[in-house]
Design a protein around this ligand. Structure first.
Ligand code: NAD
Ligand code: 89V
Length: 343
């Protein structure tokens, strides 16, 4: 494919504004149409990004536009119908996380797109953050030897509910919304998971779901990791939205510390690097870390779509992240260690 890919965004809410900014910067793609069933949000986004072709109905948009891809930025309940709609129009699709409420829904979407020959990527962007990529590169370089232990940690007291009020309303909260990123990072850094055990609790009485989760994972290759996340942790310096990572290997260790500092230690030697994300012109602290990863994953999508490569976080890949989410909730409910049925 040569020239700019013509894309559309469905859902022009809180997070889609970042995605629209990202698409403005991405090389090789442009957004030619947007859709939101809320006319006010549609108007605001259309005016902000100078997009004249606006729809309140996704099917009407697919019928009227010639699209090379669609980016679904709605909340989870609409993901399956919208992915199915896009597949019925044979339009390659990016879908926000959480990809689906259940593994069964996710499998149905992956199977449908595979049968239709429609590329499908989940917008699972945390593994695309610069600091996470730097940690991954050190692991893959072999500098710290065989990895035997790791930790992916996200602990904060940031008020996420003001921007995303729906997060306070669901039976499930932190594993489904935020832990899903940390679990995906754990897969990206440490490989697939054989079994896990999870503990959760709710500290904030004003919300419905759990806001603290601790998950112990057994990965293939006898690697043990801990994924822990909390929105009830008050610290001297609020770290939102930084993910802290620790990795121990036979020859050394990596510590990704608060403030985007990565320390790599081997026997008798250590180095410390600033792995801060760039502050993109449209980004704002503290979100710049996440905002930068939005552009990175979008660029990856464009490159893969143009060359026919499978994306790193394809729908099929994301089934294994969703399996961890499902298993973590089962383990928290039963108290048991549970084997993970990954594909
Ligand atoms: P939001 O409620 O602010 O926006 C969703 C928008 O989609 C709304 O404007 C709504 O009117 C529209 N919409 C819903 N169903 C529709 C349909 N069928 N057709 C057209 N429009 C429809 O939600 P949000 O906070 O922007 O979250 C959207 C998604 O992004 C969620 O899945 C959330 O988990 C995810 N998210 C991801 C990140 C990340 O870093 N990857 C960060 C925040 C949110
Ligand atoms: O990435 C997310 O899904 C967001 C946030 C980082 C705020 O939890 O909901």
């Amino acid at each position: 494919m040569s020239g700019n890919l013509r894309g559309a965004v469905i859902g022009c809410g809180f997070f889609a504004i970042n995605q629209l900014h990202g698409w403005s910067d991405a090389q090789g793609a442009e957004i030619v149409a947007i859709c939101d069933r809320d006319p006010d949000r549609l108007k605001i986004a259309g005016e902000q990004f100078g997009i004249a072709r606006r729809y309140t109905d996704a099917d009407a948009m697919f019928r009227a536009e010639q699209l090379d891809f669609v980016d679904i930025a709605t909340t989870v309940s609409s993901h399956r119908p919208l992915v199915e709609l896009a597949a019925s129009h044979l339009v390659p699709t990016v879908c926000q996380k959480p990809f689906a409420r259940s593994l069964a829904d996710a499998r149905a979407m992956v199977d449908l797109c595979a049968r239709a020959g429609v590329p499908l990527m989940v917008h699972e962007n945390f593994r695309w953050q610069r600091a996470i990529r730097e940690v991954k590169a050190v692991i893959e370089s072999g500098e710290i030897g065989d990895v035997f232990w790791g930790r992916v940690s996200f602990r904060s007291a940031f008020d996420v509910f003001s921007g995303q009020p729906y997060l306070a309303e669901g039976e499930r909260f932190i594993i489904e919304d935020l832990g899903i990123h940390a679990l995906d990072v754990a897969r990206a850094l440490f490989g697939e998971v054989a079994s896990l055990v999870a503990r959760t609790r709710r500290v904030n009485p004003a919300i419905k779901g759990e806001d603290v989760a601790t998950i112990l994972l057994d990965h293939a290759g006898r690697r043990t990791t801990v994924v822990d996340c909390s929105y009830a942790t008050i610290q001297a310096v609020e770290p939102f939205p930084e993910t802290i990572v620790e990795v121990d290997g036979g020859l050394g260790s990596i510590r990704l510390q608060q403030g985007y500092r990565m320390v790599v230690a081997t026997r008798g030697e250590s180095r410390s690097e600033d792995v801060s994300p760039p502050l993109l012109p449209w980004a704002s602290r503290p979100w710049h870390n996440i905002q930068e990863s939005v552009l990175a994953i979008q660029q990856h999508w464009v490159e893969c779509l143009k060359t026919g490569r499978e994306t790193e976080t394809s729908g099929a890949d994301n089934l294994n992240t969703l399996a961890l989410v499902e298993t973590a909730y089962q383990s928290a409910a039963t108290g048991r260690v549970i084997e993970v049925a990954t594909s």
